[in-house]
Design a binder for this molecule. Structure first.
Ligand code: 13P
Length: 249
């Protein structure tokens, strides 16, 4: 009933040549038809990547967006511009942006509002650092991220969002959350959505897992009832491993 989604976040990787090469490889690889596949390249290459993927069903996303309308904001990219480039998804609040660019839940609300106003689907990222998990504070922290980032939205607006749970200690470390840890947090996130928006709405929201997801563990992670796909970093940089993850449901 929920969309299965696998999104590849290329982060700040790949030259122009390499980005186009990967897009061309992805354009011809066999991908499960019941999965929404998204690639999220560096913005400077996105139009070329998009045109290389034009004969495939793969969608495009950006890694970040401005929280304001068009105007004098040097270096920023607005939701209106993203929409005009034919892009359908945008990451919001990736842990690297929260950590290195000090993005707060309050900043992220502005970004989500801009995206929704331009009919772009936000992929709202949440997740705890290791110290929070060790203190037993991970549920509280993720709850706050969800409440402060999303709970201002109407039911219809929330239905246009995707959530990605990415435990920071699992990102790029090779340490994946266990299947049980992932399901536990995804089930918890859905229960918070149930409390606020009711079961029907909560059941329709896709919640993706991210953090060292790879071909060898994707199947086990995706088998969980509340894990609706993945947000993939390192393993999305190689067509073969990304495709293997997409084909893991
Ligand atoms: P890795 O898959 O490299 O751990 O990265 C996950 C991530 O941050 C995706 O957004």
């Amino acid at each position: 009933m929920r969309k299965k989604i696998v999104a590849g976040n290329w982060k700040m990787n790949k030259s122009q040549y390499e980005a186009n090469k990967l897009a061309n490889e992805l354009a011809v690889v066999q991908l499960a038809v019941n999965v929404e596949v998204i690639v999220i390249p560096t913005s400077i290459f996105i139009s070329e990547v998009k045109s290389n993927l034009q004969n495939s069903s793969i969608k495009l996303g950006v890694q970040n967006t401005a929280g304001t309308d068009n105007g004098a904001y040097t270096g920023e990219i607005s939701a209106a511009q993203i929409k005009s480039a034919g892009i359908e998804y945008a990451l919001v609040g990736h842990s690297e942006r929260r950590e290195y660019f000090n993005e707060s839940n309050k900043d992220l609300v502005q970004k989500i509002n801009q995206l929704l106003a331009h009919s772009i689907t936000p992929i709202y990222c949440c997740g705890e650092v290791l110290a929070e998990r060790e203190k037993g504070n991970h549920f509280n922290l993720v709850k706050t991220q969800i409440e402060e980032g999303l709970f201002h939205l109407s039911e219809t607006e929330l239905l246009n969002c995707v959530i990605a749970y990415e435990p920071v200690w699992a990102i790029g470390t090779g340490v994946t959350a266990s299947s049980d840890q992932a399901q536990e947090m995804h089930g918890f996130i859905r229960s918070i959505l149930v409390e606020k928006y009711g079961q029907d709405i909560a059941n329709k929201i896709s919640i993706l897992y991210g953090g060292s997801c790879k071909p060898s563990n994707a199947q086990e992670l995706f088998a969980n009832s509340d894990v609706d796909g993945g947000l993939i970093g390192g393993a999305s940089l190689v067509a073969e491993s990304f495709a293997a993850i997409v084909n893991s449901f």
